[in-house]
Structures are given as structure tokens and as C-alpha cells.
Write a protein that binds this ligand. Structure first.
Ligand SMILES: Cc1cc2nc3c(=O)[nH]c(=O)nc-3n(C[C@H](O)[C@H](O)[C@H](O)COP(=O)(O)O)c2cc1C
Length: 206
């Protein structure tokens, strides 16, 4: 895997809704690292997707530390853009309220604090939706509070909430045209620095 930066950071949460489509898009992009919540890691195999199959395609960070060590990379300019897709009701509520207690809610918070643009595709966009459960498609009815948090996140500075994966795709294409281009980077040096600060890389296999 080529160590170049700045890269794109893609947060995956524990959502079956458009999980495959979001992952397909993420894996089609150059220099795109995945950040998984614990729930994401749990549900991936329910949709027939293994961690090792993702690791063959890109770098994957797991949610194994209390302080979300990998998001420290934002302080060293490793990422030009953050995408969170799909984003669960849970993660959207945390982001809207300014909570950061999972890898992806920390991704959102640290990107905001370092002024890195954020693109979000939320599960809850309409009062009635079809969603993919592990065995079948089912109807769900996002609550008023879920839709309210989606709306509030979309109003935050530097955040764009997209209504569909297709809209997300074209927003990312436009962003990549103006985002800083990756150069040969210093990822190892920065990771060493992080490790020296007391964290540890959690990119290791489960
Ligand atoms: C098979 C499966 C599919 C799920 N799909 C969704 C979903 O589409 N949207 C959602 O908001 N939560 C969904 N959940 C529930 C979340 O995984 C759960 O709320 C979890 O706490 C979210 O944690 P996270 O936001 O840190 O990823 C699903 C759970 C399971 C087991």
C-alpha cells in the first residue's frame, strides 16, 4: 500500500443501509482509508463482508482505543477530506450534539476542529425508507428526532449532508478536483510519533 498524504478518511458506522454501495464507492477511490466503529466491525460479516477482504484493498482503522488514537493523524495533515457513509442514527445524534466517544464521532469532531471538509450520507433522510437488513429489504420509519439530527448536522460549518450515494459520489468527485494532491508522505514517521506519545496503531488484524 502506498504511503502518500494527504489522504481521504472514510468513516463506516454500524448501518446496513447502503453499506455495500458506500463501501464500493470508498474502495474505488485513491488513497482512501477506512475508519470503523465497533458496530460497523460487528455488522460487516452479517452482510458477507470480512475485515480481511477490506484490508486487502486499503488501510483499515478499528475502534479499539478509548482516545481514538488514529484521529491524531489529523494533527499532522494526513487527511484532506472526511466522508462518513453510511452514518447511523446513533452517530448522527452524537455528531449533532458534539459528542465524540467512538472512532467515527471522533473523526467528525477532529475534522471539524482542524477545518477539514466533511461529507455525510446519513441513514435517516426521509420519514419512510426501504433499507437492507442482513436477509432482506425492510421498511423503516425514521423518527422525527433522527431526521432532526440529520438536519442539524447539515447546518454545521464545513459539513455537507448528501441525500443519496449518487449525490455523495458527485460531491466527492468535485472535492477531489480541488483537494490537495497526495505527495510521497511521512506516514511512518508520524505513526512513530503517535506511538511515542502513548498510543498505538490499531490497524493490526483482529
Ligand atoms: C444488521 C444491523 C443493521 C443495522 N442497520 C442500521 C441502520 O441502517 N441504521 C441505523 O441507524 N442503525 C442500524 N443498526 C443499529 C446500529 O448498528 C446501532 O445503533 C449501533 O449502536 C450504532 O453504532 P455506531 O453509530 O457507533 O456505528 C443496525 C444494526 C444491525 C445489527
Amino acid at each position: 500500500m502506498q504511503d502518500v498524504k494527504p489522504r481521504l478518511a472514510w468513516g463506516i458506522t454500524g448501518s446496513g443501509h447502503f453499506l455495500r454501495e458506500s463501501l464500493d464507492l470508498a474502495l474505488s477511490l485513491p488513497h482512501c482509508d477506512l475508519f470503523l466503529t465497533r458496530a460497523a466491525e460487528e455488522i460487516l460479516p452479517m452482510y458477507g463482508i470480512t475485515l480481511s477482504s477490506l484490508r486487502e484493498r486499503t488501510r483499515v482503522y478499528r475502534d479499539t482505543t478509548a482516545s481514538s488514537v488514529p484521529v491524531g493523524l489529523f494533527y499532522y495533515g494526513h487527511y484532506h477530506t472526511v466522508v462518513i457513509a453510511p452514518a447511523t442514527s446513533n452517530t448522527m445524534a452524537k455528531c449533532a450534539l458534539g459528542l465524540s466517544d467512538s472512532l467515527v464521532s471522533n473523526l467528525f469532531a477532529q475534522a471539524g476542529k482542524t477545518r477539514v471538509p466533511i461529507y455525510v450520507y446519513a441513514c435517516d433522510t426521509e420519514p419512510e425508507m426501504d433499507t437492507e437488513a442482513p436477509k432482506d429489504w425492510v421498511k423503516v420509519y425514521p423518527r422525527a428526532i433522527d431526521l432532526e439530527y440529520t438536519r442539524r448536522v447539515g447546518e454545521m460549518e464545513g459539513v455537507t449532508v448528501l441525500e443519496s450515494v449518487e449525490a455523495l459520489r458527485s460531491a466527492i468527485e468535485q472535492r477531489l478536483q480541488v483537494a490537495p494532491k497526495p505527495t510521497l508522505g511521512e506516514v511512518h514517521r508520524d505513526l512513530d510519533l503517535l506511538i511515542g506519545e502513548g498510543g498505538h496503531s490499531n490497524e493490526t488484524a483482529a
